[in-house]
Design a binder for this molecule. Structure first.
Ligand code: GDP
Ligand code: MG
Length: 609
């Protein structure tokens, strides 16, 4: 089980090293999931002394008055051998081997935060002790609870301390050492009062009775220690710490422990309890309890770690890959991103993603509606027909049929189809451009590199414009083609004119009678309608061929050609991501590594249970 605690301590220390204490960091924290042990009690009840003897080291400032003014988070790490040392969170890499210096640093660091007053601060001091002589524990020394503010302290201090203490011990993973001095009435114990408040079931509260040696002559703590005076879920543990006189005389820990042991074994009242009294026993009980707690927490811890890993991975994948360092790698990255974008664009056209149907809507609705609006019959009104026919005849009347007139009438109608044809080209162009922008924003990798995004977007739009120009040329050509050569068969199949166009003996102004002109008009209209129907079919073909199909085939071809000519430096400019993102990626990757190794370790422990 030693391994288990060691693992937890290691995770916790790693989190501390990352500054991952929950508050400052937006990332999920392991800190809160791991158990710790905190001492609570009134001022001078012996909290720091108990903590010290659990640790087996002299290093905490102790004494009368308010000595502990900042929370001290203390992590004990068992070393398999070697020299013991201490390390502070605020002084990483500085190894303290002199524990008197540790005590001084705690006092100095307290003053740095609070000033040399009696003020308190909720900012913890982090201290880790590595030693062959400790059990693996995380302990928290807290300022004592007081009743009144003394000189130099703000009025709020009583409440401030209580709030801070509560904030530590109300965490469900905090094991509470409720310290009560035996020489005071237990009914006045602040420790019991506050721990009962935050942990009514008592399943994480240990009652510790200090100063047993200081009890009034003729009284003893047997009733308390046997749990008859005040029952707790776990048995009370009595301790005898060093007195102020001992401290002044520099009585060392080993001597103090020996004396404590002797005290319980030799005092007749306590002999029967001796095996479950004293600081050493307290240390063992705590470490055993901690093991049990951790064991029960493993599944929760695993799921927390897994969840965190998943979140880190998700964010990392959202941030994208690292930029390659060499030109080849950069080129490859750009090509990959472009291919992704191109793929998304194609999916829009092919109906995997929405938007491609708008193109069909142009052909199915917009184009036919525009063609309908041309109103050929108006162009072929009898007056217009008469005008064009007679104009085409020129100074002499025709002999057989007004051939030129027919041609002019047809051409003047068909040519108007250019308008709707051009609109169809432009409408499809607008749709394609829109889909390019849509695909851009759906290509997450492009978000990462604003310059590349601008360039790709520019290249794609330029390509579309080239395609639009080509499409316009080809599509309008279809209309021109219809104007330049008529379908002779159509006219051959018409019933032949018997009248041959009127009576040549009449004056030139009434060469054509109305019924003849009307027939010309209706013949031409029939022909133009036929041409229009055929263009209605072929314009979409031309547009798709020149724009849609071409966009699918070669949207970024031109860009790729220019890309191939670029050097590493220019390619790098295209991949100029925000440095903050690059940094975030590095720190996420670091965290992910930490959590992954934590996952591996905890999985190993879980399996070996
Ligand atoms: P804290 O304020 O709760 O941290 O208490 P300290 O650990 O600083 O102890 C306050 C004073 O009580 C110090 O002078 C200690 O030497 C003394 N003290 C603590 N525990 C005992 C004990 O069990 N017996 C005796 N005789 N003195 C103790
Ligand atoms: Mg103290």
């Amino acid at each position: 089980m030693e391994n288990l605690i060691q693992l937890v301590n290691r995770l916790q220390q790693a989190c501390t090293a990352l500054g991952d204490h929950g508050e400052e960091s937006s990332l999920p924290t392991l800190w809160d999931a791991l158990p710790s042990i905190a001492v609570v009690g009134g001022q001078s009840s012996g909290k720091s002394s108990v903590l010290e003897s659990v640790v087996g080291k002299d290093f905490l400032p102790r004494g009368s008055g308010i000595v502990t003014r900042r929370p001290l988070v203390l992590q004990l790490h068992r070393l398999d051998g070697g020299r013991e040392y201490a390390e502070f969170g605020h002084l990483p890499r500085k190894k303290f081997t002199d524990f008197a210096a540790v005590r001084k640093e705690i006092a100095d660091e307290t003053d740095r935060e609070t000033g040399q007053s009696k003020a308190i601060s909720t900012v913890p001091i982090y201290l880790s002790i590595h030693s062959p002589n400790v059990v693996n524990l995380t302990l928290i020394d807290l300022p004592g609870l007081t009743k009144v503010a003394v000189d130099g302290q703000p009025e709020s201090i009583v409440q401030d301390i209580e709030n801070m203490v509560r904030s530590f011990i109300e965490k469900p993973n905090c094991i509470i050492l409720a310290i009560s001095p035996a020489n005071q009435d237990i009914a006045t114990s602040d420790a019991i009062k506050i721990s009962r408040e935050v942990n009514p079931t008592g399943d994480r509260t240990f009652g510790v009775l200090t100063k047993i040696d200081l009890m009034d002559k003729g009284t003893d703590a047997v009733e308390m220690l046997e749990g008859r005076a005040f029952k707790l879920q776990f048995p009370w543990i009595g301790v005898v710490n060093r007195s102020q006189a001992d401290i002044n005389k520099n009585v060392d820990m080993i001597a103090a422990r020996r004396r404590e042991k002797e005290y319980f074994e030799s005092t007749p009242e306590y002999q029967h309890l001796a095996s479950r009294m004293g600081s050493e026993h307290l240390g063992k009980v705590l470490s055993k309890h901690l093991e049990a707690v951790i064991k029960s927490r493993i599944p929760g811890l695993q799921s927390l770690i897994n969840k965190t890993i998943l979140e880190l991975e998700t964010e990392l994948s959202r941030l994208g890959k690292n930029v390659a360092t060499d030109a080849g790698g950069k080129l490859y990255m750009i090509m990959e991103i472009c291919r992704t974008f191109d793929g998304i664009f194609k999916e829009h056209l092919d109906g995997v993603r929405p938007g491609g149907d708008k193109v069909y809507n142009v052909f199915d609705n917009q184009l036919p509606a525009a063609l309908k609006r041309l109103q050929f019959d108006k162009n072929l009104s009898i007056d217009n027909v008469r005008k064009l026919i007679t104009q085409a005849d020129g100074y002499q009347p025709h002999l057989i049929a007004p051939e030129q007139g027919y041609r002019r009438l047809i051409e003047s109608s068909v040519i108007t189809i250019k308008g709707p044809a051009e609109s169809a080209v432009d409408a499809v162009h607008a749709i394609l451009k829109d889909l390019v922008q849509k695909s851009m924003s759906e290509t997450s990798e492009l978000k990462q590199y604003p310059s590349l995004r601008v360039e790709v977007s520019k290249a794609a739009v330029e390509s579309l414009e080239r395609m639009r120009d080509e499409s316009k040329r080809a599509t309008l050509q279809l209309v021109d083609m219809e104007c330049s050569y008529l379908t002779v068969d159509f006219f051959r199949k018409l019933p032949q004119d018997t009248e041959k166009g009127g009576n040549p003996s009449q004056s030139i102004f009434d060469r054509y009678n109305d019924s003849y002109l009307r027939r010309i008009g209706s013949n031409v209209l029939a022909y133009v309608n036929m041409v229009c129907a055929s263009l209605r079919n072929s314009i979409p073909k031309s547009v798709v061929y020149c724009q849609v199909r071409e966009a699918k085939r070669s949207l970024l071809d031109h860009f790729f050609t220019t890309l191939g000519q670029k050097e590493g430096k220019q390619l790098g400019k295209l991949l100029d991501e925000d440095p903050a993102i690059a940094q975030r990626r590095v720190s996420l990757a670091k965290r992910l590594e930490l959590y992954r190794s934590a996952q591996t370790e905890i999985d190993t422990v879980a399996w070996s249970k």
